[in-house]
Write a protein that binds this ligand. Structure first.
Ligand code: ATP
Length: 254
């Protein structure tokens, strides 16, 4: 479990995130949603130690994350960022680099490392890309390889910042199915930033809604007013229709 306690962070003189309290529960898929610039990536970067809070505490299973050793932390938490750096190496080497928290300095990769990268490449459907260089891949292919790197890192908690960027609609759903498998079959805790409300509503066990650096609601999956709240926050109108005794919603411009 990751907890934010009274966290404050600012990029300039004015605090952007102020006194934030938040909990990412174990074993769940949590979607963080909110308009552009509302602070979703900032939260992911704070939780994954890429940014340091100016005040307050961030705890991983009750331990302040700043006190955890780098390699131990990387065995617990992995993160897929937006616009990640494309390494100058082959896909196989890139996926192997995901194993670094489990390897000893200057020791060659072990049998287990190779097994993990084979599994990760298989799961993320990157077999045909294995020998290619990263710079030769399309945006969607790169995204799949980044996911394979994360799978190879084999952490309990996975942060994904817009994992479906560059993916077409069909592959986006495949990616979500893979994320659901990681959660349900392997027990990973997944926290992901999503812009696609359909994906968030279909795949998340928990939805956290943000606006202007603040949490506007968490545990929203069961909130009867979830769709209205999304509409208000994004400034869009909701329309609903019934399908097979189920109400479906879509959002349109006001
Ligand atoms: N390095 C930085 N320096 C200054 N301001 C920053 C920096 N990074 C982000 N910001 C600002 O902080 C705010 C929150 O940014 P953040 O990337 O967390 O938003 P987001 O909700 O993830 O947005 P998006 O949906 O567009 O990806 C924005 O106003 C952004 O301009």
């Amino acid at each position: 479990m990751i907890q934010f306690e009274h966290v404050t962070y600012s990029y300039n003189k004015t605090p952007f995130i102020e006194d934030m309290n938040l909990c990412f529960e174990d074993g769940k898929i949590t979607a963080v949603i909110g308009p552009n610039g509302c602070g979703k990536s900032t939260v992911i970067k704070l939780a994954s130690r890429l940014l340091k809070p100016h005040s307050g505490r961030i705890l991983l299973h009750g331990v302040e994350i700043s006190s955890i050793r780098r390699k131990s932390f990387a065995r617990e938490i992995s993160v897929l960022l937006q616009n990640g750096h494309i390494p100058d190496m082959t896909v196989e080497q890139a996926v192997l680099s995901g194993r670094y928290p489990h390897q000893s300095f200057l020791k060659p990769a072990t049998k287990e490392d190779h097994l993990m990268i084979d599994q990760a490449i298989d799961m993320a459907d990157c077999k045909v890309l294995r020998e290619k260089r990263m710079c030769q891949l399309s945006g969607g292919e790169c995204q799949r390889v980044f996911l394979a790197m994360i799978l190879a890192q084999d952490t309990h908690i996975i942060f994904l910042d817009e994992p479906t960027t560059y993916l077409d609609i069909n592959v986006s759903y495949e990616m979500m199915e893979l994320i659901r498998d990681m959660n349900q079959k392997v027990g990973k805790t997944v926290i992901m930033v999503l812009h696609d409300m359909n994906l968030a509503l279909n795949y998340a066990d928990n939805i956290i809604l943000m606006n202007k650096g603040r949490i506007k609601g968490s545990n929203l999956v069961t909130d009867q007013r979830l769709h209205e709240r999304i509409g208000e926050t994004f400034g869009v109108k909701i329309q609903s229709f019934s399908e097979e005794d189920e109400s479906r919603f879509y959002f349109v411009k006001r």
